[in-house]
Design a protein around this ligand. Structure first.
Ligand code: MG
Length: 281
């Protein structure tokens, strides 16, 4: 397979969208992952508008990410309680919402839907584990009808737990969006060995950096500009080459304002240099 690894960014489609697209274009970025807008901003008219915006900027949307009302990333226990399909009280309604996001992505002609599923439980014998497996299976089947893959974001559990879950769900269109910084931020394990373990499933990545917390798993690590954290992007890209990864390198910088674009610009430079150095074409 030919390797291309176009650069990408993670974009939120808010009122700053034009500025974000213009900034990306100026940096030579050709792909983007987007967070799905809330339901009341996904009318057919708004979807067509969005599609045209990206087409006019020559930026291809590669993954649409699900976000759900009521999610909070305030601290690790709050993420556990509120994020993804894991929290039981919102599970059924969020599955329905995720299906609608799959349809929205289909209208945008995007062939992957991404998701933080939440903290996957460790105990495979627990009834709730099986329920989560079945639910994920049903979402994969739904997305398969839309000719889409489902990309689970890494970080909230160890790579071993994620790998076992992927095998238990056992759907051809189930894949991983590998975010090395999340492994560090959540204290879920060394990112490079994690990448090797789930490598066969990796169909998209977030190029994001972070430093370990003093008390990993208890408190957050700290996100940094690309290249200034503990990921080691030379080794990250070398490992992507080793696992034959051929998708985009999507920069995610979870801050806002002008510093965000400056950091992304530095990230683009770093990734372009490393791509040349290690011959990741
Ligand atoms: Mg991420």
């Amino acid at each position: 397979m030919e390797h291309s690894h176009p650069l990408g960014i993670f974009i939120i489609c808010d009122k700053e969208l034009d500025t974000r697209l213009e900034g990306a274009k100026q940096l030579g970025i050709t792909t983007a992952q987007i967070l799905a807008p809330a339901a009341d901003n996904r009318s057919l008219e708004q979807t067509v508008y969005l599609k045209n915006k990206f087409q006019n900027a020559d930026i291809k949307i590669t993954v649409v990410f699900c976000g759900f009302e009521g999610e909070s990333y305030a601290d690790i226990p709050t993420v556990k309680a509120t994020v993804g399909l894991v929290p039981k009280s919102t599970r059924v309604e969020r599955l329905e919402e995720a299906k609608k996001i799959s349809d929205f992505a289909s209208l945008l002609q995007v062939d992957a839907v991404g998701m933080h599923i939440g903290f996957i439980p460790k105990d495979e014998t627990d009834a709730d584990y099986q329920e989560l497996v079945d639910l994920t299976k049903s979402f994969c089947k739904y997305c398969a009808h839309n000719n889409q893959r489902v990309h689970l974001e890494t970080g909230q559990e160890t790579a071993e737990i994620l790998y076992a879950f992927l095998q238990n769900v056992n759907c051809d269109n189930l894949a991983v969006n590998f975010d090395p910084a999340n492994m560090i931020l959540y204290g879920s394990g060394e990112p490079l060995s994690a990448l090797e373990l789930v490598g066969d499933y990796v169909k998209s990545v977030h190029c994001k950096d972070a430093i370990w917390a003093k008390k990993p798993k208890v408190e957050w690590g700290t996100e940094t500009p690309l290249g200034e954290g503990d990921v080691n992007f030379r080794k990250f890209l070398t490992t992507l080459k080793k696992i034959n990864y051929s998708g985009p390198l999507t920069i995610e910088r979870e801050i806002s304002g002008t510093t965000q674009l400056q950091d992304i610009a530095k990230g683009v430079e770093l990734l372009n240099n490393l791509k040349k150095e290690i011959e990741l074409s």
